[in-house]
Design a protein around this ligand. Structure first.
Ligand SMILES: [Zn+2]
Length: 347
């Protein structure tokens, strides 16, 4: 039976289309047969659609979609029951494997030969049916419903928080304040995980109206729209989610004594900023600061994220999904997304 799915031709800008003739997922893709409920849309999808990124498993087109929510149709291994809500882990270990992939920490792959669903060398989840290996499927709390599509972005933040805590453990570590820059889905999920740790969470974003300040306030955090440099305290932790170069630099300078700046955004290269590197270095050294980047997530983080979503306020989480688009109208989902938090395509 042919299936529908969203495909692109890698390297060809504007080639996104709704294919109607995709083959059923081959058995060697995995034992767990899943029907798509929804996929989330993010900046990586837009880069792939623009032809900047993306690699098919063979010579042909790539099925996109890496933020998944699906319903299990059948699992002969018995790990999952028909009807279970699941998400597929995006990254798979490299074939060598490197020491990190060999230990299940493919998020820390050393050689870059990992593969990723919907991004690099593996078809994505924006198709009616797909298959998952049981070890790469994560079960969601059934009551989450559509909000389960937030598991992939939440896994990235679960990793960020784990690394913050591991770095913090280098000395006595009793953080109180967290500043999150950017109130998109990544920033708001970073803030959620901060509130779940009992911290005093602040979110900064240039938007003064619309979904972003409303969602931050509904979470019970303090919302700022002034520049980072004008914030009147020095945060113990800053999670940077805007990727705006000037904000990244401000964040490094702003973080408090023994504190850390966790960078999660991917900036476009090429913009040069004037930096007093001597002053920045002096501050980082004299305050024992750590600046680190983080990307992707391994199974431990996906499970921590599933737990965090299960404990979150259901209506707040669902509120992060500000636009729902049926797959037949997919073009409405992959525009610039201005003003939206999370856009999802529904199957
Ligand atoms: Zn590796």
């Amino acid at each position: 039976m042919d299936m529908r799915g969203l495909t692109i031709t890698p390297g060809t800008a504007g080639s996104l289309r709704l294919a109607e003739d995709l083959p059923e997922p081959p058995e060697d893709e995995g034992q767990v047969l899943v029907e798509a409920v929804a996929v989330g849309v993010c900046g990586t999808d837009r880069e792939i659609i623009d032809g900047d990124y993306g690699e098919a498993p063979g010579d042909g087109d790539l099925v996109i979609g890496h933020e998944s929510l699906g319903r299990v149709l059948a699992d002969p291994t018995g790990a999952f029951q028909a009807g279970d809500l699941v998400a597929g882990i995006v990254r798979h270990p490299d074939p060598v494997p490197c020491p990190n992939c060999a230990a299940g920490e493919w998020d820390m792959c050393r050689n870059g030969r990992y593969t990723e669903h919907g991004i690099k060398g593996r078809h994505g989840f924006a198709r009616e049916r797909y298959r998952l290996e049981p070890d790469f499927a994560v079960r969601l709390e059934p009551g989450l419903g559509l909000a389960g599509v937030l598991l992939e972005p939440a896994s990235v933040l679960a990793k960020a928080w784990e690394h913050i805590e591991r770095i913090g453990a280098r000395s006595v570590w009793r953080p109180e304040t967290v500043l999150v820059t950017g109130a998109g889905p990544i920033g708001l999920l970073a803030a959620l995980l901060g509130t779940q740790r009992g911290l005093d969470v602040h979110v900064l974003d240039h938007n003064t109206e619309g979904h972003k300040p409303a969602l931050a306030r509904a979470l019970g955090v303090t919302y700022h729209s002034e520049p980072v440099s004008e914030i009147d305290f020095e945060p113990d932790v800053i999670i940077e989610c805007t990727a705006v170069p000037s904000i990244v630099l401000d964040v490094m300078a702003k973080v408090g004594p023994n504190g850390m700046a966790c960078l999660t955004g991917v900036s476009d290269p090429g913009r040069r900023n004037q930096v007093d590197a001597g002053a920045l270095n002096r501050e980082l050294v004299l305050e024992n600061n750590v600046v680190f980047g983080t990307v992707n997530a391994n199974r431990r983080h996906w499970e921590a994220a599933a737990d965090a979503l299960a404990r979150a306020d259901r209506s707040w989480l669902t509120g992060l999904i500000t636009k729902r688009v049926p797959v037949a109208s997919f073009e409405d989902a992959y525009g610039d997304g201005k003003g939206e938090v999370k856009i999802v395509v529904e199957f």
